[in-house]
Design a protein around this ligand. Structure first.
Ligand SMILES: CC(=O)N[C@H](C=O)[C@@H](O)[C@H](O)[C@H](O)COP(=O)(O)O
Length: 230
């Protein structure tokens, strides 16, 4: 464990993912919106924030006192991994003070042609004390990442990769199996829509829970209601 104090701050709690991509209304070219969502999350009792881009890490760190899980989403087509998939992005996140860096640890071919193990080794060589969260989609990927000495494994990508297509959302069984097979703390993330589902994840042994869209994406919430009325 690279930073037990920081890790313990997240235990049993809710991390709120505050993200909007370019093209979404809340992205706001001039910034300033994600920190407001993060402040609301902090006031509501969240123990951490997850966010995308160096800009948002910087702005959110200035606005709240919570640990920030930073990532940078970038497409490197035809390669599929897009969550902090290069060393340059890790460096950018460290430079703006991300407390934890989330990175793609699926077993898909990456733009740098490294395996997740190779990428993690490269990161550890440059930043030995950096706290790392491995975003995975399957049990095999989660166990492989855990073997590489990451601090957390998150179920973030379950249902979003060819290897996990059709997986249920939220994926309770993936969390349950990871908890049973590794001592690395498991973060339940992805398609958690209700407080009860979040509670169930903790009861299954998740270390903490990340919720995004159900809290911070009004477009997504609206469309759920609209679909129900159609
Ligand atoms: C698949 C992917 O790119 N997930 C991203 C990872 O950072 C975010 O877009 C999600 O909002 C986040 O994982 C939280 O999940 P949900 O919004 O379902 O609660």
């Amino acid at each position: 464990m690279t930073n037990p104090r920081l890790i313990n701050r997240l235990r049993g709690g809710l991390v709120v993912s505050c993200q909007a991509l370019p093209g979404e209304p809340l992205f706001a070219a001039g910034g300033g919106v994600m920190p407001l969502l993060a402040m609301a999350a902090e006031q509501g009792g969240a123990v951490g924030i997850r966010c995308n881009s160096a800009r948002d890490v910087l702005e959110i760190k200035a606005a709240v006192g919570l640990p920030v899980i930073g990532l940078i989403k970038n497409q490197y087509l035809p390669y599929e991994p897009y969550i902090t998939a290069t060393m340059a992005e890790v460096q950018a996140l460290v430079a703006v003070g991300a407390d934890i860096v989330a990175l793609d640890c699926t077993l898909r071919e990456r733009v740098d042609k490294l395996s997740p193990a190779g990428f993690i080794a490269q990161i550890r060589a440059a930043f030995p004390n950096l706290v790392l969260m491995a975003d995975v989609a399957t049990l095999k990927e989660g166990l492989a990442a855990a073997e590489c000495g990451v601090d957390f494994v998150g179920t973030t990508l379950s249902g979003y990769t060819p290897q996990s297509q059709g997986a249920p959302g939220p994926n309770f069984s993936l969390v349950e199996q990871l908890v049973a097979r590794t001592d690395v703390p498991i973060i339940a993330e992805g398609r958690i829509r209700t407080p009860l589902q979040a509670r169930q994840m903790i009861d299954l042994g998740a270390f903490c829970v990340v919720v995004g869209g159900a809290i911070t994406r009004p477009m997504e919430i609206t469309s759920d209601f609209v679909t129900a009325l159609a």
